[in-house]
Design a protein around this ligand. Sequence first.
Ligand SMILES: [Zn+2]
Length: 167
Amino acid sequence: MGVKGKIAWNFMTDKVSKVLFQASYRELMNLLMSTSDSVDEINRKMKDIGFRVGETLLMDYADRIRQHAGKFHEFANTLQLAYKVNSGQEFTDIWVSSDKRSIKFTDADCPICAGVHITDMPGLQYCVIVSGVFDAVMKLRGFQAESFQESCRALGDEACTWTLSLL
Ligand SMILES: [Zn+2]
């Protein structure tokens, strides 16, 4: 077992059916849609939910991560690993700005948006829960940063992108 196997072992996590997750997420989104007055309100609520999910995830993994990111830009790798552990796939692209104050994560095959096509709610950030998770990780790790979802496949964009920037 090489290094890769060792890491995989340490981060082995319980699995749940993708269909179950996607259906549950869709119903959560439907509920937010029917109980919110605007797209902004839906986005905000889903991001808040993501923040709480992120708190739980970070506490669950805190004990198992031996090397925490020390500098902001190192979260490019840390969050890639966390994404892989929780979604079973990697971000298709990660871009770090030259001043190392912004990281852009891209998934051209976002598992949350798979099979979802929304045409009548411009501005909706369908998978903004990911931004909320990023925000929680930043806050709990002591960084003043904010995440923003820039594009979303469910709304017709080519890929889902979430940008994380130091404030
Ligand atoms: Zn997405």
